[in-house]
Write a protein that binds this ligand. Structure first.
Ligand code: BGC
Length: 802
């Protein structure tokens, strides 16, 4: 009985507790909802009211990200973020960053993810491999730019952006579009070109394609981030003219033509100021002069002073640290950071949130159409590869030909670069597989030998320490003499692939990277000798992310196909071109110099440590104070080679086809320039097979007050697929801005008076048609601000040094 009573008591206590608990839950949720009803909600109340309702702490949360805990980084290596943030489960594992939510005002957290060649997220979640989250590895940026085809790049962007959307990501941290200043730049594969007109137009097509899916992009790294060496503390010293004409112009084009949702400032300093702390760059120029409407975020852990970053107009500090939170809050409380300033930053964060798929509540499947996107990746790769050499019509190869495949990367294709530009893809089609798929016969004994060798070497590789510590490339397999003889007798043709990998965190080297290794040179020589002795040919495929040396060995090759790093469908795309299913139509958007020493100021790349600080070279997360002076000024890439008559191995704009094209009838709309002009030219396929031609318009300006390069690209277009004898007329337009150079003395863009020569051609050195027009009186295209001036005058290369 006693027991019964106590049980009853316990039960009634429990029910009382339940009643109390229910009441307090109800009451507090009633209170919360009452509060929520009174608190202005994002998207419902005017933005101003939402901002006014934020506490200082909440404002700081909105401008500082939620931290970053990538797999493979031991705890403690990266600066900690708010420990509380760690408890919030990641929406998309493997994404690069998140913004804070403020639930009471209806502000959700956004997810940001890399990167330039495909969505970079973890393919497996929580150890459950029954469901995967692979993304398509599209071809790298350098390859896409070689298409010179904005329609094609937009199509890649549309497919790419559909994966961003389908994975529930709000902003893609791409495209990258820094200038290829030097072939050794470790991230050149993530960037498009040495020329800002190509980079800007290709990037604009990419942004427009991606954003057509209702997701955002972050155009990066703004600006002058042309190397990896000490990237967190490197000061790039550049003249205002070179900045405006070369390093900033591509970004200006992308802002004008695509108005991206966001821009990512870079790690480096320009003329003494971190780009993320430069109001000149982020506010006066980007927003003021160019009319950028979106948000600026830092690169991950970029810059030093979070308050200066916000004041500069860098609205979001990514990925966010506790130290930043504390510093910004303290500055806000002390008045060092004004409420008006942080409100402006917050307004841009909230405008981004309002645009985002997360805010709009868009449902996502996490299952993009990988099959359809792979087809786009393959088409883009095949249509952008550059045929560098094709002696005696070595290519295309007929079906059924027996191919002896040499080179590790024939079997182990390098789909893309490393670091944040890498993509977790479901598969990579090797060249061996691609050729087999296309009906060519790949010789088995060689395949077996390489298979065994690669497996053995891979097993010996050290375990990588994460994103910025990629596995080294396997050394080239020495080929046994008897196997070689047997192959040269059995096969119809030899194919040798040379591969290179690079990526974030380090620049490339001259030896065994820009130049071929001794093993690679030996392989080419052996194979060429053995096959030529049998009257058979050797084709070389370059599976590289950046420029390499070709002049010393190319004569041994009958054909050279520059396949770049062609993404996961690379092997199929290489086969499409080798077989002639797709006629090659890519052209170089970056010069292949004859030798490394020909690159202007190559010896000074990537810069020097500032010894005065006594600090040894830092790693890619810290860096050490360093600087690099851009002494070549505006003479970057072909602007240098063509002006100073340094003959490259393959010039800017170069590329062969399986057909040929005739150019005719270049016509200008008027003999005298009156603010606008059009040029038309007719291109005819006068060869044997269907093909597309990239047509380039260069302008040679009169020498007036300012020095001018020999010529500069002002426009480009690609024909449709022209059948033999078919013609197409292309139209280019020129405005005053296209004629103008930046005059530092007057801070304005000026087109000198005189005669301008229009040169339309198949490359920067292969001009097919010319015409001239007059500018009777100098024209000012635009007045600009005086900004970003070097701390001390820079001695730049001059025409008189020719
Ligand atoms: C890279 C950026 C990248 C970011 C997030 C940085 O180290 O420089 O390009 O978007 O990390 O992964």
């Amino acid at each position: 009985m006693k027991i019964k009573i106590s049980l009853l008591l316990a039960a009634s206590n429990a029910s009382r507790f339940r009643t109390f608990a229910t009441c307090s839950l109800l009451c507090s949720s009633f209170l919360a909802s009452a509060q929520a009803q009174t608190a202005p909600q994002l998207g419902k109340a005017p933005l101003k009211e939402v901002i006014a309702a934020l506490t200082p702490e909440e404002k700081v949360k909105l401008v500082v990200g939620m931290g970053f805990y990538p797999a493979g980084f031991p705890e403690g290596i990266l600066p900690p973020s708010d420990p509380e943030d760690r408890k919030v489960p990641e929406k998309i594992p493997g994404a690069a960053g998140r913004t804070h939510a403020i639930a009471r005002l209806g502000i959700p957290s956004l997810t940001l993810s890399d990167g330039p060649a495909g969505v970079r997220i973890d393919p497996i979640r929580g150890g459950d491999s029954t469901k995967t989250y692979y993304a398509t590895a599209f071809p790298v940026a350098t390859l896409l730019a070689s298409s010179w085809d904005t329609t094609l790049v937009r199509k890649v962007g549309v497919a790419f952006g559909s994966e961003v959307r389908d994975f529930g990501i709000d902003v893609l941290l791409a495209p990258g579009m820094n200038i290829h200043r030097n072939p050794l730049g470790g991230r050149n594969f993530e960037y498009y070109s040495e020329d800002p007109v190509v980079a800007g137009n290709i990037a604009a097509a990419m942004v427009n394609g991606i954003e057509s899916n209702g997701v955002g992009t972050s155009v990066k790294h703004f600006a002058v981030n042309n190397q990896e060496f000490n990237r967190m503390q490197l000061n790039s010293k550049v003249s205002e003219r070179a900045l405006r004409e070369i390093y900033l112009k591509g970004f200006q084009i992308v802002v004008r033509k695509a108005q991206p949702w966001t821009v990512m400032s870079s790690y480096n300093l320009v003329n003494g100021t971190y780009t993320s702390q430069s109001r000149d760059l982020l506010t006066t120029l980007l927003r003021g002069e160019w009319g950028f409407k979106g948000l600026v975020m830092t690169d991950w852990y970029g810059g030093k002073n979070p308050v200066a970053q916000l004041q500069a107009g860098n609205d979001l500090l990514m990925p966010g640290t506790t130290a930043q939170t504390q510093a910004v809050l303290a500055a806000l409380k002390s008045g060092q950071l004004t409420t008006a300033q942080i409100d402006a930053n917050v307004a841009r964060v909230l405008t981004l949130v309002l645009q985002s798929p997360t805010f709009k509540g868009l449902k996502y499947t996490s299952q993009p159409n990988l099959k359809a996107d792979a087809a786009v990746a393959r088409q883009a790769a095949a249509e952008s590869m550059v045929l560098l050499r094709n002696e005696g019509k070595t290519l295309p190869l007929a079906a059924g030909r027996k191919v002896a495949l040499f080179g590790n990367t024939s079997y182990n294709l390098i789909a893309g670069g490393t670091g944040s530009g890498d993509v977790n893809r479901a598969y990579t089609i090797s060249i061996a597989q691609g050729l087999t798929n296309a009906g060519l016969i790949v010789n088995a004994p060689l395949t077996q030998a390489y298979g065994q060798y690669i497996k053995g070497e891979k097993a010996k590789l050290p375990k990588t320490k994460g994103l910025l510590d990629p596995a080294p490339v396997i050394a080239e397999m020495p080929v046994d003499a008897s196997l070689l003889t047997q192959q040269s007798q059995a096969a119809d043709v030899a194919l040798v692939t040379i591969g290179r990998s690079a990526g974030e965190g380090g620049d490339r080297k001259v030896e065994n990277d820009f130049t071929l290794s001794a093993a690679e040179q030996a392989l080419l020589k052996q194979v060429a000798t053995a096959f030529h002795a049998q009257g058979k040919k050797m084709v070389v495929v370059l599976n590289v992310g950046g420029v390499i040396e070709v002049a010393s060995w190319r004569d041994q090759a009958d054909a050279i196909l520059l396949a770049w790093q062609p993404g996961q469908e690379g092997g199929n795309a290489v086969a499409d071109v080798l077989r002639g299913t797709v006629a090659p139509s890519g052209k170089l958007a970056t010069t292949f110099p004859a030798k490394y020493d020909d690159v202007p100021y190559s010896k000074d790349f990537p810069g020097r440590l500032l010894a005065s600080t006594g600090q040894a070279s830092g790693n890619s997360l810290t860096g050490a104070p360093s600087e690099n002076t851009y002494e070549e000024g505006i003479y970057v890439g072909y602007r240098y080679y063509n002006t100073f008559q340094v003959k490259p191995a393959y010039e800017f704009g170069y590329g062969l086809s399986y057909t040929t094209f005739a150019y005719s009838n270049l016509k200008l709309s008027a003999p005298t320039f009156a603010g606008k002009m059009t040029a038309t030219v007719t291109v005819t396929n006068n060869g044997p097979v269907a093909g597309k031609e990239v047509v380039q318009l260069y302008l040679t300006a009169p020498s007036g007050k300012l020095e001018k390069p020999e010529s500069e690209l002002k426009g480009f277009a690609k024909t449709g697929l022209l059948q033999p004898s078919q013609s197409q007329t292309l139209t280019f337009s020129l405005t005053t801005a296209d004629l103008a150079s930046f005059d530092t003395a007057t801070s304005s863009w000026v087109a000198d008076a005189g005669t301008y020569k229009v040169k339309v051609g198949a490359s920067s050195l292969n001009i097919k048609q010319t015409a001239s027009f007059a500018v009777p009186k100098a024209l000012v295209a635009e007045k600009a601000h005086k900004l970003l001036a070097p701390q001390a005058p820079i001695t730049e290369m001059k025409l008189s040094q020719k």
